[in-house]
Write a protein that binds this ligand. Structure first.
Ligand SMILES: [Zn+2]
Length: 198
């Protein structure tokens, strides 16, 4: 399966035209973070478990509803073809009610990818201005309301991301960076004996 051995980053032409080199490096660092930290696999596993839970919740709810209204419905099992509208309705309701869970997980992964990009580049200003330019480009709302963010926000708000980019700099105070072990700096490479770099 090609996805297991390769990764493709596509950068829009508008992004290339709008962003400077340092800003683009941060964006690529963010995308690299998704890859290095295994976010794709995490999302697939997490969402798969959620889907199983969703169908289990629908199964439980449908059982109770059918037990109560089976004479009106005219069927007594969810497996009955006539129960399909009820099943679809319950799937939609449960999925809508549970939507904040995958959205929160997605926002968490995006936040960590931002952290990775910052730890890789150490260029807070470029990261923040990249988001400012992206917001100007896509005309997104910098800080949407809480309900919109919780139910529809796959990414943290642009305002929060800019705030994080401006404030997250543990390397300046000698604090450990979370993902330093994943990053090999040019200085680390040059410290190794000649020929031993892997
Ligand atoms: Zn991302």
């Amino acid at each position: 399966m090609p996805l297991a051995w390769c990764i493709i980053w596509s950068v829009w032409d508008t992004t290339l035209k709008t962003l400077g080199e340092d800003e683009l490096l941060f964006i690529l660092g963010h995308e690299m973070g998704h890859y290095v930290l295994g976010h794709i696999v995490k999302i697939i596993v997490f969402d798969s478990v959620l889907v199983l839970l969703l169908y289990y919740a629908v199964h439980l709810l449908a059982g109770r509803i059918i037990a109560r209204f089976k004479t009106r419905f005219g069927f007594n099992a969810l497996s009955d073809f006539a129960a399909m509208p009820l099943g679809i309705l319950l799937i939609l309701i449960v999925a809508l009610a549970g939507m904040p869970v995958p959205m929160a997980f997605s926002r968490y992964l995006e936040h960590e990818a931002d952290r990775f990009g910052l730890e890789l580049t150490h260029n807070n200003h470029a990261a923040a201005t990249a988001f400012v330019k992206i917001q100007e480009e896509n005309l997104g709302i910098p800080r949407p309301g809480t309900i919109i963010l919780i139910w529809l926000g796959t990414h943290p708000s642009i305002g929060d991301r800019i705030g994080f980019c401006n404030s997250y700099r543990p390397w300046e105070s000698g604090q450990p960076s979370r993902y330093e072990d994943y990053i090999k700096r040019q200085s680390d490479v040059s410290r190794q004996p000649h020929g031993s770099a892997r």
